[in-house]
Design a protein around this ligand. Structure first.
Ligand code: SAH
Length: 398
């Protein structure tokens, strides 16, 4: 049902015609009718021409998120089901299973389902509802997903830092079926990971790093090499490195609990008596290593999002530069650096400039071997550049 009309400000139809799904408050001249938060509204230009249907949220700077550019479409069960099926079909064609049983099924706007993320972890689904529009339809979406995929359980992890911008508080817990075990085993490229779907970061694992872990930790890069895995979390990169006979791996993370899970994951891949798990601040530990003159062959830097909002970019840039500068100082000549940023507000160009600045200051020569990004289960929508957030550089350092 359509419950109102958003009339765009003059000249603001361009982004709609270019198929950008977000309608910012500043681009809307007025609202007609009395749509409730989450209701579907018609989007019209100043001449009253209908351009799209969106769901509405007066509490968010993003007042509307477009669901369809066909204003005559009905937003009913079959609309949602068709979008869900399209996303699932796209994943099936990636042929991830059986080697990989944890991956993103629905990537929100980039899959035509604004605000909805669904990750699959074996027999379980994890859902993130990012907006009022999805929140209102959560029961309907869970029903459709359950009918389509028959999961053992559906878990909610709507505890993202963006929820308050939508006027929503955090919600986590079981939505349908059975609870997952506290340590659910899933496979990634044939390697086994234990994951807690209720307490892990994001939906449990950093699924977006899957291909980068595989590429960086190939046997010819890691075998016998001294590895420093900074921001290790539950050992994503370390498991791959261990499986490919890396030399000693030092894992650093601020969370002791995550490092315990990392050790369990690594030990499942190989017996590793010489590896270390250090709980502490990465910046401080890397500074200590620099003072001690420690050297490594491969350093992985996969920090958390330093720039959650645009205003954080200057400070975040300094953080990225600092950590990269430290890592560059700790590499043997000919060593490898895999460095990442998952801050959407720091684009690939800016990130490369930051690493460039770090290299000049560290007086190291850096060759980019591979630019790194998101895997295809986290597709980037061409008309929605905001869906590209993860970038990395895999470098050789002299
Ligand atoms: N590389 C991991 C994901 C890293 S996520 C993987 O492949 O799975 C970022 C991690 O950085 C989180 O586990 C978080 O606990 C940790 N972290 C955040 N700030 C930190 C700091 N100052 N020092 C060390 N670790 C930190």
């Amino acid at each position: 049902m359509i419950n109102g009309t958003l009339i765009l400000a003059a000249g603001r139809e361009k982004s709609v015609l270019n198929r950008h799904p977000w309608l910012f408050s500043g681009g809307i001249a007025r609202v007609e009718g009395q749509p409730a938060p989450g209701d579907v509204v018609r989007v019209v230009d100043t001449r009253g021409r209908a351009l799209a249907l969106a769901y509405y949220n007066p509490h968010s700077q993003i007042r509307g998120r477009i669901l369809t550019w066909n204003p005559d479409e009905r937003i009913d069960d079959s609309f949602w089901l068709e979008r869900i099926r399209r996303a699932i079909r796209g994943r099936e064609r990636l042929k991830l299973t059986p080697h990989t049983t944890a991956y993103r099924l629905i990537n929100a706007e980039a899959d035509g389902l604004p605000g909805l993320v669904v990750d699959r972890y074996g027999e379980f689904l994890v859902l993130q509802s990012g907006t009022m529009g999805i929140e209102k339809r959560k029961a309907q979406l869970v029903r459709l997903l359950a009918d389509e995929l028959n999961p053992v359980g559906v878990v909610e992890r709507s505890d993202m830092e963006t929820r308050p911008h939508e006027g929503l508080s955090s919600q986590t817990g079981l939505l349908a079926g059975e609870s997952p075990p506290p340590e659910l085993l899933v496979s990634e490229n044939g390697l086994s990971f234990g994951v807690n779907l209720l307490t892990g970061h994001k939906t449990g694992l950093y699924l977006d790093q899957r291909e980068n872990r595989q590429r960086v930790c190939q046997p010819h890069f890691v075998a016998g090499q001294a590895v420093l895995n900074v921001f290790a979390y539950t050992g994503g990169f370390a498991v791959y490195a261990a499986a490919h006979e890396a030399g000693p791996i030092i894992n650093i993370d601020s969370s002791f609990a995550m490092l315990e899970q990392a050790e369990r994951n690594v030990e499942r891949a190989a017996s590793r008596p010489d590896d270390q798990y250090l709980a502490g601040d990465a910046f401080r530990i890397l500074r200590d290593y620099r003072d001690e003159g420690r050297q490594f062959d491969l350093i992985i830097l996969d920090p958390p999002k330093f720039a959650p909002s645009k205003g954080d970019v200057p400070k975040a840039s300094r953080g990225y530069k600092d950590i990269n500068w430290l890592a560059l100082r700790l590499l043997r000549p000919g060593g490898l650096l895999a460095t990442f940023s998952c801050s959407g507000h720091i684009g690939a160009d800016l990130f490369q400039k930051i690493v460039f600045g770090a290299a000049v200051d560290a007086r190291r020569e850096v060759q980019i071997l591979y630019p790194l990004g998101q895997p295809p289960d986290h597709p980037v929508l061409l008309t929605f550049p905001e869906s590209a957030y993860l970038k990395g550089l895999f470098c050789r350092v002299w």
